[in-house]
Design a binder for this molecule. Sequence first.
Ligand code: FMN
Length: 349
Amino acid sequence: MPPDIFSPDARRAAAEADLGRLWARGTDFLGCRYAILGGAMSWVSERNLVAAISNAGGFGVIACGAMTPDLLAGEIEGTLALTAKPFGVNLITMHPQLDDLIRVCLEHKVGHIVLAGGIPPGGAVRAVKDGGAKLVAFAPALVLAKRLVRSGADALVIEGSEAGGHIGPVSLTVLAQEILPHIHDVPVFVAGGLGRGEAILANLEMGASGAQLGTRFAAAAESVAHPAFKQAFVRANARDAIPSIQLDERFPVIPVRGLVNAGTKRFLEHQAETAARFQAGDLTKEAAQLVIERFWAGALRRAVIDGDVEQGSMMAGQSVGMVTSVQPTAEIVAELVGQAVAALVARRG
Ligand SMILES: Cc1cc2nc3c(=O)[nH]c(=O)nc-3n(C[C@H](O)[C@H](O)[C@H](O)COP(=O)(O)O)c2cc1C
């Protein structure tokens, strides 16, 4: 008997093949089964979560953050012990030992280096590429996307303001329309506010090669985040994840999206008190700016590792509303893929 192409199994297989084609450029680039990156999250994206994402068919990325080269080497080795699948490393461009960190990645044959926190310096771009790794960079606007491609980026991430952590001013909805139709030379991965497979699918159909998620993975079972941190994610709604508020235009505040808590309220008072001390002549403008910036020093660690969900920095994206339980990483990945496939099946009638 000929195979029944209208059977549920056949329709599902056809939809899976469609999805495979839609993100083929992303999976080829990353060397994994699904073009789903686990966005690097300081303190959260260490060996356990990174390996779990890669083992589930996605692409884990270690967050180097403020680690020293030795610590990063240990983290890469720890991850290699937990997975044989590809994974990447995210380095912050303003790290004072950026060159040494790149060297550590190259020595450990890390295939993909993500440079975050600003336009990567030319020397770093060359070091990554000469060392044989692929360079991934963040593009906050079309002109910068074009410039990054010209200067050698092998792939781009466009991250909307819905995301958790440090954010730009523009939503993914708008960035996707601004950038995806115009960048064809390299794969572009979308990030920010993505919590379901249908949304990933919609972006693939607009030309993205894959998606990067952070918030949903932060609450995964394998994440080392404190149980209180994960439970706060489970409880929170999209509207609880707001950008940090700047009180005084003389003292800029870097926008960081996270859950509102006692710390975010105290930050407003801290800004007001500091501005008053400047006004009274107790502090120079530069000193006042530093006092404001230092408020959050060590605060992400306090939230993630110590579980201080009231005073710590609870970085989270608006997608936090789609975190409804602490799930194994493989289940999250399977759910995202399943939702995209189901949407494609439904279309096939
Ligand atoms: C707790 C937390 C920490 C983060 N830390 C970093 C970081 O160190 N470096 C970075 O490039 N992005 C960081 N991000 C952003 C993520 O890599 C990712 O792009 C973002 O979470 C995607 O949006 P989503 O949160 O809506 O999924 C962080 C996000 C969160 C939630």
